[in-house]
Design a protein around this ligand. Structure first.
Ligand code: MTE
Ligand code: LUZ
Ligand code: MOS
Length: 754
């Protein structure tokens, strides 16, 4: 089945928040943000802006009726700045006007006087000063100190991976409409309808039942709207309750780039030890996460990093310490992979350094240390249904990695100024929110008397195809044609207490709740059918829109059955709830089972580097991926390809640059480069690992949204391989992304080697 939104998207008919026509009297909101990264506000004068043409109100922190606070995990993030600003881009005041143009024009008339304070933009510097979001996290397994003594090789190093801009096509936006009795209806581009509902209740000081949040679809989220959509919905809602009129807020691209957070940059110091057989015996590391100026989701991201420090490998002795560092930058947030990619990057860096030190191929170390069935992760969970080795073996059988290596070597021997590089990237990603509570979902199904079906869950469509999958799940669960099923918007009135669409779990969790609701309805309808046909309940079933009895058509189709059930006063609506069983991770002891299961796979990447210019192309990415039994192979392939390219961007060209004053330099799409059609690998192929299935997710499928991004990490190490082919003595920091500038320095900067 095709992505059901596809046709409407290409015709421009799909409705996003900005496409919803303005209700009469709608006002427009522009946000004035801080131009200082850290400062005291000594004067804030809104009178000139308030007097400007078209302006209806100018609002500041003093106008917030409830709590001026949007921090989800820690209460450390004011909605509007009070007497201090902590990052450039922090909202300070709102201009509410009759038109968006008037609001933007008047923004410049708000007068703010700042008294600058000391700015910290480096996570290590923040850690040195004790500027931490929370006490450091620490995870230990085995006996690292004893293990070093048994090591034949011990290698130390450090690495850094950079931030990444979500660059959803639809920028952050919300539309708040006042209703009777102090009620509010909010259209929000959010991954978390309930998070927005809860956040607005807090900021406005009203009950959650007065706030309806409705989400039809997003023009992309990628984690950027898991938590950070709340701020913009709250600002629109604030304008709405303060003026009593509908209010709309849409960030333009520059505002969005400047004001919102990104993927967390990480710096890591590591030490890795191997025995004489090249088995990794010990891994010790310190992680410095750049959280930005407020907690946002950083503690959760840090936890996921901690649970991914060993990547797809078995490491018996581990000791890691992780710091979440408070800097004067916009709060960083969820981004596809949620700290997992940063963990895997550091492990690959350690293996690559160890391989170079020992003088073997990294692939040799990877092969010898990949997880096997039943191996323990450092937090105690066992690798079950472990497809780490099967994925690499299947990749090898498909591509012949030794032959590929030979071809790279031959090319490099024949070319002086062009070098190819190759890397294999095994992945392992835990599925479930690490916060146990979030692993639940609800579904509501109505069968109307004509046989058509309407489904509601908390799942938010953001291009990943969850709506299509839910439609398939409902059709399969009821035994009807998919065309009978309509998946409705995610709406807090229909399904309450939803988890954000995140952690790749939307189809797993909502799909399971939906399947349960459908099973309930199917049972009721089959009882009705059996009665009608005078059959025993076990004899009848629903298949392809009709009732079958002992495998034969029984002369009763779905609409007839539904009409009959309605006449008989059978309840044609059902709701169900699902909570992932078996999760028992204890954050105190840091032991137990945080994940329902892991997703595995292996990819090989080949790059070609122009050693005079530092420019390069990613020529091939071939991935053998563990999809489980895919719910929808078309959608899942799209997710894999999109995730891979987003990972390539993170590792190669997407460079977030702040100056020491904390001002964003890569503040537009001319200075922040993302992969486009021209940077697609000439050969990008993803295959389905055979025999993969999971008994822990809906219809034996596996989550797909985030894991494939991790293959992109291989691009960094393939480029490193190419640099070392040009100059085996090259010394350069492991610092992703490997932009062409950095590649050029790695190739030629003698100074860096001193
Ligand atoms: N695909 C598209 N097209 N757009 C997106 O915003 N977000 C990704 C992934 N794939 C995203 C996407 C992220 S970060 C997650 S967590 C998952 O989709 C969420 O959806 P799922 O749980 O249905 O996989
Ligand atoms: N969000 C979250 C996530 O709150 N917890 C998680 O574990 C997670 N993992 C991936 C993406 N988003
Ligand atoms: Mo995805 S980072 O879990 O929204």
């Amino acid at each position: 089945m095709k992505q059901i939104d596809a046709a409407a998207h290409v015709r421009g008919e799909s409705v996003f928040v900005d496409d919803v026509p303005d209700v009469r009297g709608t006002l427009h909101v522009a946000v004035l943000d801080s131009v200082e990264a850290h400062a005291r506000i000594v004067r804030l004068d809104t009178s000139r802006a308030a007097a400007a043409p078209g302006v209806v109100a100018v609002l500041t922190a003093a106008d917030v009726p409830g709590e001026n606070q949007v921090g989800g995990i820690l209460p450390d993030e004011p909605l509007l700045a009070e007497d201090e600003v902590d990052f450039c881009g922090q909202p300070v005041a709102l201009v509410v006007a009759e038109t968006a143009e008037a609001a933007h024009a008047a923004r410049a008339l708000v007068e703010v006087e700042y008294e600058p304070l000391e700015v910290v933009t480096e996570p290590r510097e923040a850690a040195r000063r004790g500027l931490l979001i929370q006490p450091p996290r620490h995870l230990e397994a085995g006996d690292v100190d004893a293990a070093w003594r048994a090591c034949a090789h011990v290698v130390e190093g450090r690495c850094r991976s950079g931030g990444q801009e979500h660059l959803y096509l639809e920028t952050q936006c919300a539309y708040a409409l006042p209703e009777e009795d102090g009620r509010l209806r909010v259209l929000s581009s959010t991954q978390g309808p309930t998070a927005v509902q809860r956040g607005l209740a807090r900021v406005l000081g009203i009950d959650m039942h007065r706030i309806e949040v409705d989400v039809r679809r997003l023009g992309g989220g990628f984690g950027g709207k898991e938590d950070q959509a709340t701020t913009w919905a709250a600002l629109a809602a604030l304008a709405c309750v303060r003026t009593g009129r509908p209010a709309r807020l849409t960030l333009d691209r520059h505002d969005d780039l400047r004001m919102t957070g990104r993927r967390h940059p990480y710096e890591v110091d590591f030490r890795i030890g191997l025995d004489a057989e090249l088995k990794v015996l010990a891994f010790e590391a310190t992680y410095y996460q750049d959280a930005g100026a407020a907690a946002d989701l950083s503690p959760a991201v840090l936890e996921r990093t901690m649970l991914h420090v060993t990547g797809a490998y078995r490491v018996p002795n581990v000791r890691v310490t992780l710091y979440s560092c408070r800097t004067n930058l916009p709060p960083n947030t969820a981004f596809r992979g949620f700290g997992g990619p940063q963990g895997l990057f550091a492990m690959e860096a350690a293996l690559a350094e160890a391989a170079r030190h020992v003088g073997v191929e990294t692939l040799e170390l990877q092969r010898r240390n990949l997880l096997r069935e039943g191996d323990a992760f450092p937090f105690g969970q066992l690798a079950e249904g472990c497809n780490a080795r099967p994925s690499l073996e299947a990749l090898d059988a498909w591509c012949d990695l030794a032959r590929m290596r030979e071809e790279v070597r031959a090319f490099n021997a024949a070319h002086r100024f062009h070098k190819r590089g190759m890397a294999v990237m095994p992945i392992c990603f835990g599925i479930s929110f690490t916060k146990r509570t979030l692993n639940q979902a609800g579904a509501l199904v109505h069968v109307y008397s004509d046989g058509s079906v309407a489904v509601s869950t908390g799942a938010v469509e953001m291009g990943q195809g969850v709506t299509t999958k839910l439609q398939q799940i409902a059709a399969r669960g009821l035994g009807v044609a998919p065309a009978r099923v309509r998946v409705e918007s995610a709406n807090t009135l229909r399904v309450a207490n939803t988890s954000p669409t995140a952690a790749s779990s939307a189809a797993d969790l909502n799909g399971m709740a939906l399947a349960r609701a459908c099973a309930e309805l199917r049972g009721r309808l089959l009882a009705c059918a059996a009665q009608q046909l005078g059959a025993a309940p076990g004899e009848v079933d629903l298949v392809d829109d009709r009732v079958v009895r002992n495998g034969e058509g029984a002369g009763l189709d779905w609409p007839q059955l539904v009409a009959r059930a309605y006449l008989q006063r059978v309840d044609l609506s059902a709701r169900a709830h699902y909570a992932t069983p078996g999760l028992d991770y204890d954050t105190e002891t840091q032991r137990g089972r945080p994940f329902a299961y892991h997703v595995y796979g292996a990819a090989v990447l080949v790059v070609k580097l122009d050693c005079l210019r530092g420019t390069y192309v990613v020529e091939q990415v071939l991935a053998m991926h563990d999809f489980g039994e895919s719910l929808n192979p078309h959608i899942d392939l799209g997710q894999a390809e999109g995730g891979i390219v987003q990972g390539l961007g993170w590792m190669t060209m997407e460079e977030v640059v702040y100056d020491p004053a904390g001002r964003l330099r890569s503040n537009s799409l001319s200075t922040y480069k993302v992969p486009d059609i021209h940077s697609m690998p000439a050969r990008l192929e993803v295959r389905f690992l055979e025999g993969a299935s999971s008994d822990r997710a809906i219809y034996r499928s596996k989550a797909i949204g985030e894991p494939p991004l991790l293959y992109g990490i291989g691009a960094y190490f393939a480029l490193r391989d190419a640099v070392l082919a040009f100059d085996p003595e090259a010394r350069f920091p492991i610092d992703a992304p490997m932009t062409p500038e950095k590649a050029l320095l790695a190739l030629h900067d003698r100074g860096a080697r001193a």
